[in-house]
Design a protein around this ligand. Structure first.
Ligand SMILES: [Zn+2]
Length: 185
């Protein structure tokens, strides 16, 4: 993604006009300003922002399309250890801008419809929908970074080295070295 300006993304735009002019908008949305998202996440650092880039254009069939990319830093709760974890949510998406159900039905399957009315689209709401879609339902630390890793391994005997293998290593003090050699390459 190219360098995004720090200006706030406009809230309401006329998406038809933007699509006719092949306009790209880049900017940020304060997460504080997205009420539904704020309620859906455990938290985020004060002043956190979602970075957004939206490209409006028309395809060969004169459908109005917006292709977007976003990233937002949030704090989720690891469902294994229940501690906070810092996560950057990212998404890229293609939406067909439609003014009624009929247009929505005719979109190709690759495009999700985004309904707008009276020449205005609420971009913040559009971005908020996309953020909610990429919110992981069951966030987990990377296994090696999770403080609950050891508890977890205790519950998964199958992942521990099997008895005969452990014994073999005891018998041969060089087997560890051998493993090291074979995995190093
Ligand atoms: Zn964890």
């Amino acid at each position: 993604m190219s360098k995004a300006p720090n200006a706030e993304l406009p809230k309401s735009v006329d998406p038809s006009r933007l699509a006719e002019h092949n306009t790209t908008l880049e900017g940020v949305i304060p997460l504080e300003g997205l009420a539904r998202f704020r309620e859906a996440v455990p938290g985020f650092q004060d002043g956190s922002e979602c970075r957004v880039k939206l490209s409006f254009y028309q395809d060969s069939e004169r459908r109005r399309i917006v292709s977007g990319e976003l990233s937002a830093p949030v704090i989720l709760e690891c469902q294994r250890c229940m501690n906070d974890m810092q996560v950057t949510l990212t998404s890229s998406f293609d939406l067909g801008l439609v003014i009624n159900d009929d247009q929505a039905q005719r979109l190709p399957k690759t495009l999700e419809p985004f309904l707008f009315e009276d020449f205005t689209a609420d971009l913040w709401s559009m971005v908020e929908d996309e953020l909610l879609l990429v919110l992981p339902p069951f966030p987990l630390h990377e296994r090696d970074e999770c403080p609950a890793k050891e508890d977890l391994e205790a519950l998964e005997p199958s992942k521990a080295p099997s008895e005969p293998e452990a014994k073999k290593r005891e018998d041969n003090p060089f087997s560890v070295l051998a493993d090291f050699k074979t995995t190093k390459h």
